[in-house]
Design a protein around this ligand. Structure first.
Ligand SMILES: [Zn+2]
Length: 311
C-alpha cells in the first residue's frame, strides 16, 4: 500500500492544508480524514474528488470533516435525483416524498467509514446542517454517502476482506467538562507488510494505554503541536491541551510528560503542525530548523505534503 501525505498542517494552516492521507491499494483510494482544506489538498496532489472510493473519519472537528459537504454535493448524482413531483414516490401518509430505494441515486457516492457512534453524530451534529436542505425531499447521510459504521473493538478490512486490517484505536482528544471526546486513530496491518499507526488528533496523556500500539507499529504518524514550544530555550511554555505537544513527545524536562522510549520516538513521523515549522521559526519568533531539532530529539522526522510512504 502507498500512503500519500496530502496535508500535514494544523486546523488553520494556510500552506500545508489539514492533516490528511490518501491510501492507495489495488487501484482503490481511501482518504483518511477530510478537513475543510482537503478538497484543495487533493487537487494539489493531483487527485479529483471523484478518485476517492472511501473516506475514513477519526473525529468530528472541522479540520477533519469540513470537506465532506463539498464531497457530498460534488459526488451527488444531480441527473438521477428526483427532478419533479412526478418523480417522487409517496409513503403511507400519501404526502411525504421519499426516494425509490430500487433506484440507485448515488452511483458515485463514496463510502464513509467511522466508529458507529461517531458516524451518527457526524450527520446529526455536523453534516445535517448543510446537507439536509435538498430541493423537495428529506435527505439523509445515505443520500450522499455509503455509510460503513464500525462497532467497538471490531476491525474493518480494506479494500476488501483479504486486504489490510484497520483497527480503530480510541484515544482522548478532548475532556470537555466531564465528557470525553475521543478520536479514533487507526493501526493498519497486513502479514508481511509494515504496521502503521496513525494516531490522529490526540493528547499525550495516555501513552501507557496506547504503548502496545506504539510498540507494534513500524511507523507512527503522530499528532504534534508546536505552539507554545520555545525552541531556543528548549522550554515548554504552554499547550492547547488537546494535542500532544512537541515538547511532551520529545520528553523535555519542562514538559513534565511521560517519557517515550527512544525506539518509539525513532518510528515517529510528526504531523498536524503549525505553519511556522515550514518557515523555520517557532511560535515565539525564534529561528528554528525543526527537522534538525526532531533528529536531535530522536524522532524519525516531520512529514511533508507530497511525500509517499510504501508499506
Ligand atoms: Zn481535532
Amino acid at each position: 500500500m502507498k500512503i500519500k501525505i496530502i496535508g500535514s498542517g494544523n486546523a488553520f494552516s494556510m500552506i500545508n492544508f489539514n492533516v490528511s492521507y490518501v491510501l492507495e491499494e489495488d487501484n482503490k483510494k481511501l482518504l483518511v480524514d477530510c478537513g475543510g482544506r482537503v478538497p484543495l489538498a487533493l487537487m494539489n496532489s493531483g487527485y479529483k474528488l471523484t478518485d476517492i472510493d472511501a473516506i475514513y473519519i477519526s473525529h468530528a472537528h472541522a479540520d477533519h470533516i469540513g470537506g465532506l459537504e463539498e464531497f457530498a454535493f460534488t459526488r451527488y448524482d444531480w441527473m438521477l435525483r428526483p427532478r419533479s413531483w412526478d418523480d417522487y414516490k409517496f409513503n403511507g401518509d400519501g404526502r411525504r416524498p421519499y426516494m425509490d430505494p430500487k433506484v440507485s441515486y448515488k452511483p458515485y457516492a463514496p463510502q464513509i467509514i467511522a466508529n458507529e457512534k461517531l458516524l451518527k453524530d457526524l450527520w446529526d451534529s455536523s453534516l445535517k446542517g448543510g446537507l439536509c436542505s435538498m430541493e423537495g425531499f428529506d435527505s439523509t447521510i445515505e443520500t450522499f454517502f455509503e455509510p460503513v459504521p464500525i462497532g467497538a473493538n471490531i476491525p474493518f478490512y480494506w479494500p476488501d476482506k483479504d486486504g489490510w486490517q484497520f483497527q480503530l484505536i480510541q484515544q482522548i482528544h478532548i475532556m470537555a467538562g466531564s465528557t470525553i471526546m475521543p478520536t479514533y486513530g487507526i493501526v493498519l496491518s497486513k502479514p508481511d507488510h509494515k504496521t502503521v499507526y496513525i494516531t490522529t488528533d490526540s493528547q499525550h496523556c495516555s501513552p501507557k494505554q496506547i504503548e502496545i500500539f506504539y510498540k507494534q507499529a513500524d511507523m507512527i504518524f503522530q499528532d504534534c503541536e508546536c505552539s507554545g514550544v520555545d525552541t531556543k530555550n528548549r522550554k515548554f511554555v504552554f499547550g492547547s491541551g488537546v494535542h500532544a505537544s512537541y515538547a511532551q513527545l520529545a520528553g523535555w524536562e519542562s514538559a513534565n510528560s511521560t517519557k517515550l522510549s527512544a525506539d518509539i520516538k525513532a518510528k515517529m513521523l510528526l504531523t498536524h503542525y503549525q505553519d511556522f515549522v515550514s518557515k523555520f521559526k517557532d511560535g515565539f519568533g525564534n529561528d528554528c530548523d525543526w527537522y534538525k531539532l526532531a533528529a536531535e530529539d530522536g524522532f524519525k522526522g516531520f512529514v511533508a505534503v507530497g511525500e509517499t510512504y510504501e508499506i
